[in-house]
Design a protein around this ligand. Structure first.
Ligand code: UGA
Length: 431
């Protein structure tokens, strides 16, 4: 089928590329000229393993093109996918400015009946409102299908080709049949629902996973207090298939563009409908505390941090991405700046994004050795493979004091080395 995907962020780009790969003819549309120019040269505006190869392959097979919004005539397509961002506004709700702009654009430039597939995460009621706005005073019939996305940054390509479920929300059976047919090559179970259920499935899934992480992090605090080890506790719990071992990894909390935004939006939706969402509010509170846990360890060890060189290993909100949105690193850096520490940072991909925020306030290291040189504490923020693979000797050789505060349980082998002082989340004390 001929498909247009509007928005070339994570969701839009990965969706467009995957639909092209399964044989559809896809036009990815964005209003950002720089992004479109880059994409035409097979350069991805996001760091996502494997995406540039897929872009090149599909462009060369004539299944994928990139266009600026003003160049597109929407009437040529069988379906239009909406994948623009819905960032968090100041009051915690989802900001629908981009969605609303696209709705106006489609109305102006689509002169036939059309199926609109919503990939963007939108609050309950939004799909109904999009459909209503599109059909208001229109000569054509616009049918909206809510089709929330569940891919993870860093493994988006793997996720998009192996979805565990496809959610399709609409009251229009013909439109549902059509979108199901588009997705048929993915061979995933399809759940059909109305708009509201599809919208809730997306928020409830993300909030559940975020709550699961906060739950194990709360247990981690308890483990530290009573002398248990959260790694063992997590393994012991996760072997129960009703609990499952995924998203049960204790650490300095969740970040990124989804869990923080979606948990907050879900509490707002609940509030608007007078429904108690205290479980999710607690998960958010636990996460805020966990993100700065390493700083509280540091305060106990160095009551005065001013002038001390502290090394941060990893800055991205998780490995395999350069994304730093709501990353623990940002909050930790701010806390350390308040204490006037000398902060040296290293990340394989995310350094430039952090530089854009903190400029000359930090020292940006090209490699791990430089970052650790003469340092008085190393904080592990992101469990990149490269960071997990650091030889313990490097800490001993380079640092003034071989002290590791590990926010991700990435260097557990350091517990056995008597020359290294090591503290991780969910285990008592420094060895
Ligand atoms: C998340 C969901 O996993 C996707 O299903 C969803 O599509 C996406 O949000 C979205 O709404 O777009 P993502 O934010 O890319 O994906 O990343 P995750 O892999 O879920 O990790 C989120 C955060 O949780 C990271 O900071 C990670 O370090 C943390 N985490 C994850 C833990 O602290 N412990 C765990 O056990 C798992």
């Amino acid at each position: 089928m001929e498909i247009s995907v509007i928005g070339t962020g994570y969701v839009g780009l990965v969706t467009g590329v995957s639909l092209a790969q399964i044989g559809h003819t896809v036009t990815c549309v964005d209003n950002n000229e720089e992004k479109i120019t880059k994409l035409k040269q097979f350069k991805s505006p996001i760091y996502e393993p494997g995406i540039e190869e897929l872009i090149e392959e599909n462009v060369e097979q004539n299944r994928l093109t990139f266009k600026l919004g003003q160049e597109v005539d929407y009437s040529q397509f069988d379906a239009i996918y909406l994948a623009v961002g819905t960032p968090q506004s100041e009051d915690g709700t989802a900001d629908l400015t981009f969605i609303n702009q696209v709705v106006i654009d489609i109305k102006n430039k689509c002169h036939q009946d059309m199926v609109i597939v919503t990939k963007s995460t939108v609050p309950v009621g939004t799909n109904a409102s999009i459909e209503q706005k599109l059909n208001e005073d229109s000569d054509y019939k616009f049918t909206v299908v809510s089709n929330p996305e569940f891919l993870r940054e860093g493994s988006a390509i793997e996720d998009v080709f192996h979805p565990e479920r496809i959610i399709l929300g609409s009251d229009d059976e013909a439109a549902l049949d059509m979108v199901e047919e588009i997705n048929e090559p993915f061979h995933a179970p399809v759940v059909r629902s109305n708009f509201e259920s599809a919208e809730i499935i997306k928020y409830a899934s993300n909030a559940f996973l975020a709550t699961k992480i906060s739950y194990i992090n709360m247990i981690a605090d308890l483990c530290e207090a009573v002398g248990a080890d959260v790694q063992t506790v997590s393994r012991g719990m996760g072997l129960d298939s009703r609990i499952g071992n995924k998203f049960l990894k204790a650490g300095i909390g969740y970040g990124g563009s989804c869990f923080p935004k979606d948990t907050s939006a879900l509490t707002k939706i609940a509030e608007q409908h007078d429904v108690d969402s205290s479980i999710i509010k607690s998960a958010i509170k636990v996460n805020q505390d966990e993100q700065v846990k390493l700083v509280s360890y540091l305060d106990d060890i160095y009551p005065a941090l001013a002038g001390k060189k502290i090394s941060l290993l990893g800055l991205a909100f998780k490995p395999e991405t350069d994304d730093i949105r709501d990353a623990a690193s940002i909050r930790i850096i701010n806390e350390l700046l308040d204490r006037k520490a000398k902060i040296h940072v290293y990340d394989p991909e995310a350094t430039n994004n952090i530089r854009n925020i903190f400029g000359g306030k930090l020292t940006y290291s090209e490699n791990i050795s430089d970052c650790l040189q003469d340092s008085e504490a190393a904080l592990v923020i992101t469990e990149w493979k490269e960071i997990k693979g650091i030889q313990l000797q490097t800490f001993k050789d380079k640092m003034r004091r071989a002290l590791i505060l590990d926010g991700r349980g990435a260097l557990l082998n350091a517990t056995d080395d008597p020359e290294i002082e090591y503290q991780t989340i969910g285990r008592r004390g420094i060895n």
